[in-house]
Write a protein that binds this ligand. Structure first.
Ligand code: ZN
Length: 144
């Protein structure tokens, strides 16, 4: 369990009472955004239930169960603002100087420093994979 989910469940147990283990994946750089969002929503509507929190296409997704019609616009505005904030917040370090980029086939939101680090990591993993593949193929086809 992530630190964020642990803290969120302690501070807002009802909101997370039905969260599924597979349905809470928040990049660590967005912890504050998600915690503050939950806190604000809890103050407006304590009967809220969070269904899913995740990163998708480099953006934050925060899904809730239906809320009373009179609160709907207000609540979705607040969620929308947090999701917007996540688009310019680094998924790893939380820097507010982040933008979208690619790491392999994965679209991420990251600051320049984290983007460089993660791309270098990925490049090294790709090279290791290629070397391993080559080694294996050489072994297999040597028998001809
Ligand atoms: Zn960063």
């Amino acid at each position: 369990m992530s630190k964020l989910l642990h803290k969120s469940m302690l501070d807002f147990p009802y909101l997370f009472s039905e969260i599924d283990r597979d349905n809470f994946h928040c990049p660590v750089g967005w912890d504050d955004i998600v915690y503050n969002l939950t806190k604000e929503l809890h103050s407006i509507y304590p009967d809220l239930k969070v269904v899913q929190v995740k990163e998708k296409f480099a953006g934050l997704r925060y899904y809730i169960e239906p809320v009373p019609p009179e609160l709907r616009n207000h609540i979705y505005d607040i969620i929308g603002k947090a999701e917007e904030e996540a688009y310019t917040t680094c998924m790893w370090c939380g820097s507010k100087e982040a933008k979208q980029g690619d790491i392999g086939n994965w679209i991420v939101t990251a600051c320049d420093k984290c983007m460089e680090e993660k791309q270098a990591e990925r490049k090294q993993q790709d090279e290791e994979w290629e070397a391993r593949k080559k080694e294996l193929m050489n072994k297999v086809y040597k028998t001809y």
